[in-house]
Design a protein around this ligand. Structure first.
Ligand code: TRP
Length: 361
């Protein structure tokens, strides 16, 4: 069986370092590993509209931001198909048929939908499109016969629900769709990178994100203002590393060889943590180290972005071409789905023959 990736993001803002360690970095590695037969990366504008129906301009503006973030991180249109969800009408058609295979109560139990309903204060009036987006996401994944879905931990219930839909479809209509596997980050800190304020969720409205496109000064300021251990007041005080955002970020980003470069007094992160726990290590020193570590990772991305920003029409061209390719792939699956469901009346000469027999004589 072919190894195929499908993944994507909602274009509701620029991508931040949480997106990067949670999935984006991995996608680039998978792309360059050469182990996959096909890689599809989708800008999920239609899904973004399910809870931004009154603000299509926000979604429209952010498509280019996400595309620039993708490509500056190293997603390469020569190797990966970058496309826009709304340009693939076949996805809606698939979703329409999958809707018959999912119950309202199953959707209500989807943990991601549950949290998002709370976050958006939708409790009393949930848009139907929003409520059913897990079904639409199942279409995204299955349309490409994806075997592998590299995403953040929050997307686990979506992939789980997709697997159920695939299972149900195949058992009702015959083996047609492919059951996808989720691919999560292996590093615990990358699973859910907190905001700079220590809150579990990075979100634009909380102002606690570090964006991939932030300049060095902005990043430095954000790091210097980062939440640490509130009880670590004097340098000599013993400090906590658990729940200390600066250390969580170091867990996610720092590489052993960076100690030699920036903090030669320590051999590795464990030694640095031990010193902090004992007392005698100030927050500022750790924050400066984190700043160097992040700069090393983000500076090349920033530079590539600057280059890409010089030719915006080219980026749209990439997305247009990608959407054409994606559409062909989705159309192939849709046709197999309709055949399996026997809603292919005009292609079915057997059907026409049988019906005419019935009415003969
Ligand atoms: N739900 C994802 C997000 O919130 C975006 C998305 C839409 C997606 N369809 C997908 C991700 C299919 C993986 C596979 O960012």
């Amino acid at each position: 069986m072919k190894k195929i990736i499908l993944t994507g993001d909602r274009p509701t803002g620029k991508l931040h370092v949480g997106h990067y360690v949670g999935s984006l970095k991995r996608r680039v590695e998978l792309q360059n590993s050469g182990e996959f037969d096909q890689i599809n990366i989708m800008i999920a504008d239609a899904q973004a509209l399910t809870d931004n129906a009154d603000n299509p301009e926000k979604v429209r503006q952010n498509i280019i931001e996400v595309a620039l973030d993708y490509m500056s991180c190293g997603l390469d249109p020569e190797k990966s198909t970058l496309f826009i969800q709304s340009q693939i009408p076949e996805l809606c058609e698939l979703a329409f048929y999958y809707m018959n295979l999912v119950t309202v109560s199953r959707l209500q139990r989807n943990p991601t939908v549950k949290t998002e309903i709370k976050m958006r204060n939708f409790e009393t009036s949930i848009p139907v499109g929003f409520f059913t987006y897990p079904i639409s996401q199942a279409s995204d994944i299955t349309a490409f016969k994806a075997t592998t879905v590299p995403v953040g931990e929050d997307q686990m219930p979506m992939v789980e629900q997709t697997r159920e839909i695939v299972h149900k479809f195949n058992s009702v209509y015959g083996e047609t769709l492919v059951e996808p596997e989720i691919l999560l980050p292996t590093n615990q800190a990358c699973l859910r990178l907190p905001g700079t304020d220590g809150k579990a969720k990075m979100s634009k409205s909380l102002g606690n994100c570090i964006y991939l496109s932030d300049d060095s000064d902005t990043i430095k300021k954000k790091i210097m203002g980062m939440y640490t251990d509130p009880d670590h007041i004097k340098v000599s005080d013993p400090g906590k590393v658990e729940g200390n955002t600066v250390f969580t970020y170091l867990d996610a980003f720092c590489k052993p060889e960076q100690f030699e470069r920036y903090l030669p007094d320590y051999a590795n992160l464990d030694e640095l943590k031990d010193h902090y726990k004992r007392g005698g290590l100030g927050d500022v020193k750790v924050k400066r180290f984190l700043n160097s570590v992040l700069e090393e990772e983000l500076e090349p991305i920033r530079q590539r972005r600057k280059e890409l920003e010089k030719d915006i029409p080219y980026i749209y061209e990439v997305l247009k071409k990608g959407s054409e390719t994606a559409r062909e792939r989705a159309a192939q699956t849709l046709s197999e789905v309709k055949n399996a469901m026997k809603i292919n009346y005009f292609d079915d000469t057997e059907l026409i023959k049988a019906q005419s027999e019935k009415y003969k004589g």
